[in-house]
Write a protein that binds this ligand. Structure first.
Ligand SMILES: [Fe+2]
Length: 350
């Protein structure tokens, strides 16, 4: 599939001007002025239940201007809290549509058939929508459940699907049934804040984690899945630096439970023995930055959804016990291509 090729590039003043407008998203707008706001690198003071990161579900899905405001805040903070969200498949789909597909408002014309839909959730090994309850109608019979999210154990801070070459752009979690006591709270950490903390405190560790490819794997013998991908923990745009000298961050890929090893750099062909000790040291420094100050903890109520930029914000879950009750979270993913397209379109003057 393709479209007409773009006109040949030439280094005209307008072309160079467009290049200079690019942000950490990369890319050049075809027309108009692309004006993304500065990112907000947040710590533990972020209040998920207050503006500017808190929205009502019915406002986002019914108002294009509210949808655009939510897009901008999601770009800046990498996280949104949405309250009043339905917990059925339609609700997850509708929320995903607000952050995917083409940016023109065509709510009345959306076609959700499997053959024609070009917006909504990203299809993954967990289905288009998922539920941590195996009795939910959102949980398909053949979707993979070989993941620690389907247990009651605590989950350390991580990003999802590190074993994808292009991990999902967004994850949408909607609380269906909270754990019957205070267990199972959600924890979030701005990975860009953690990465810049590391850059300031230990530039050598930052350099190693942004130049070494780590490999991640997902195996599910029951369903026959074997997924693998590699990438640096901290993905840096090496072509540019911020005006303040700080690195331009493109993404964070981090999941200790799925990481299986790392690849030494190609040059020199055989890294010196101390390289491996340096990687171990860098990983422990990263662990300290991730689990240091800056985490936000929230006990989600029924109908509260949290949307995270999965290439930036890490999530975790505290352990819970059920004693006959149930805890159920439903949700879906949005592809990185879709959300980045929505951001560029929304933040380019028409
Ligand atoms: Fe996860």
């Amino acid at each position: 599939m393709g479209r007409s090729p773009p006109p040949p590039l030439s280094l005209t003043p307008s072309y160079i001007s467009n290049l200079e407008q690019t942000s950490s998203l990369g890319g050049t707008p075809s027309s108009g002025t692309y004006s993304p706001p500065p990112l907000v690198h947040w710590g533990s003071s972020l209040d998920l239940r207050s503006p500017p990161v808190s929205f009502r579900y019915s406002d986002i899905v019914s108002s294009p201007s509210c949808n655009d405001r939510a897009l901008v805040q999601l770009y800046k903070h990498g996280i949104l809290r949405v309250h009043g969200a339905p917990t059925d498949r339609e609700g997850q789909w509708e929320l995903a549509e607000c952050f995917s597909g083409g940016g023109k408002d065509k709510r009345e014309e959306r076609d959700r058939s499997i053959y024609h839909s070009n917006s909504g959730p990203m299809k993954t090994l967990y289905g288009s929508t998922w539920s941590t309850s195996t009795t939910s109608t959102l949980q398909g019979a053949s979707t993979s459940v070989a993941d620690s999210a389907y247990t009651s154990d605590s989950l350390p801070l991580h990003t999802d699907m590190t074993y994808f070459h292009s991990p999902p752009g967004l994850q949408i979690f909607t609380m269906d049934t909270p754990a019957p006591n205070s267990g199972g709270s959600s924890v979030y950490r701005d990975g860009f804040h953690a990465a810049l903390t590391l850059w300031e405190e230990d530039p050598q560790a930052f350099s190693i984690l942004s130049s070494t490819n780590f490999t991640y794997r997902y195996l599910d013998e029951d369903q026959g899945w074997h997924l693998e991908a590699s990438g640096p923990i901290i993905d840096v745009d090496t072509t540019r630096v911020n005006p303040d000298g700080k690195p331009v961050l493109k993404g964070v890929r981090h999941n200790d439970l799925d990481r299986i090893g790392f690849l030494p750099p190609l040059h020199p062909p055989s890294p010196p023995p101390e390289f491996y000790a340096e990687v171990d040291r860098a990983l422990s420094k990263w662990d300290a930055a991730v689990h240091g100050p800056g985490r936000v903890r929230v006990h989600l109520r029924e109908g509260e959804a949290v949307i995270v930029n999965n290439n930036r914000v890490m999530h975790a879950r505290e352990r819970f016990t059920l004693k006959g009750g149930e805890r159920s979270v439903v949700g879906c993913y949005v592809s990185r291509e879709d959300i980045e397209s929505r951001w560029r379109y929304a933040m380019t003057t028409k």
